[in-house]
Design a binder for this molecule. Structure first.
Ligand SMILES: *Cc1c(COP(=O)(O)O)cnc(C)c1O
Length: 376
């Protein structure tokens, strides 16, 4: 937790649970990504954290935006984003939402199926379209490998068809999986995409862009490679496949922009043991899976946790949320240890909790309100 956030918490003493985001870190992360991939356009994946303060900040920096819904498109426009800088990247869209987006001037859409292509041809005639291909998500802590994309073979047919339907076949997109800790996953993906580019060129269609997706990591419990590594590996793969004339490249970072920008402060509600003589403590917090931490599902995203007693002796814990729901257990198998001095009423912080938290909070499950948010 940086000093700015620590000072805010000390001075304001906000009710918990709450998310506090430092907008300066958003700027820093945006600039760091721009620096490692200097010829690549950054489309912020709005779904990671759509707070107006974040969108405003990124508009000022000249970002592009990837929206998952028409509501997110409206949020970007309200922040002052140019519709020409927006992409509607969800492959699952209603016909009427496509039409509304096109009506606002959005001209870049993703698809991965024939019937979605038909919707686009009808609702956004002439638009630029990108086909998403399936990608193995090895080494991703939050895989996105099955629900989105089609095989390269199908992508080729659909992009040819897109042209016949009056759309502009613009490029190919993929996602190597969120919290991708192995930059070389992009190497494989770029090789596959490059081969597909060549096949499609043979079919008489010159694609213009590759969308390299998101996947850039935040700093959780497990270490991740330096960001520079991602840039080096991706640029080397592009050069190996495309030489001196690469297509336009796009990245869509969500977690990599806002993950490290904020913390969640929570309060210890109860500490218990399940039997006499059992050292394992159950620590119940005022936030859980339904309060904004569903990425703890299967203990996949393992946040770093800070307590007021750090440095003291620790012991094993199970960490759970406050609701009357058995699945509301955050960490059981992941081997978390917390200080033995931890008390009911202590404030603890989940670090790097700026992505995929605020909008994941339920609106009132068990009567708990959504997460309070502060952008400073
Ligand atoms: C979720 C998503 C992203 C963002 O992924 P991160 O791993 O958070 O960077 C980018 N592109 C698309 C199409 C997505 O669905």
């Amino acid at each position: 937790m940086n000093e700015k956030i620590a000072r805010f918490l000390e001075n304001q003493n906000p009710a918990t649970p709450c998310l506090v985001v430092d907008l300066e870190i958003i700027c820093r992360n945006y600039r760091a990504l721009a620096a490692i991939l200097p010829r690549t356009d950054i489309y912020y994946a709005v779904k990671a954290n759509p707070a107006p303060q974040i969108l405003d900040t990124l508009v000022t920096l000249g970002a592009h935006f990837d929206a998952a819904s028409y509501t997110e498109i409206e949020a970007c426009l309200a922040a002052g984003a140019d519709p020409a800088r927006l992409s509607y990247g969800n492959t699952i869209k209603k016909h009427r939402d496509i039409a509304k987006a096109a009506g606002k001037g959005v001209n870049l859409f993703s698809f991965d199926s024939e019937l979605e292509l038909a919707k686009l041809a009808d609702a956004a005639p002439g638009a630029r379209v990108m086909c998403r291909i399936l990608m193995e998500n090895g080494d991703a802590r939050w895989p996105l490998s099955r629900k989105f994309g089609c095989t390269p073979d199908m992508a080729r047919c659909l992009l040819v068809k897109a042209k016949d339907m009056g759309l502009q076949p613009y490029g190919i997109s993929f996602h190597v999986g969120s919290q991708q800790i192995n930059p070389h996953q992009w190497t494989t993906a770029i090789e596959k995409t490059g081969s597909l580019f060549a096949e499609i060129a043979d079919a008489g269609i010159a694609l213009e862009a590759i969308n390299l997706g998101g996947g850039f990591p935040a700093n959780y419990r497990e270490g991740v490679p330096d960001l520079e590594n991602y840039g080096t590996v991706i640029m080397a793969a592009l050069e190996a496949k495309f030489g001196n004339s690469p297509p336009r490249t796009i990245i869509e970072p969500g977690r990599g922009i806002c993950g490290d920008s904020g913390i969640i402060q929570s309060e210890v509600v109860l500490i218990s043991r399940k039997s006499h003589g059992n050292d394992e403590r159950w620590v119940y917090l005022d936030i859980g899976k339904f309060g904004g931490l569903p990425e703890t599902t299967e203990e996949r995203i393992q946040y770093r946790i800070q307590t007021p007693h750090d440095g003291g002796e620790t012991g094993p814990v199970v960490i759970a949320g406050p609701t009357c729901e058995e699945m509301d257990i955050l960490y059981d198998k992941a081997g978390y240890s917390l200080p033995l001095d931890l008390q009911i009423g202590d404030k603890i912080e989940f670090l790097s909790a700026g992505a995929y938290t605020s909008t994941y909070a339920s609106i009132g499950f068990n009567g708990f309100p959504p997460l309070d948010e502060y952008y400073i």
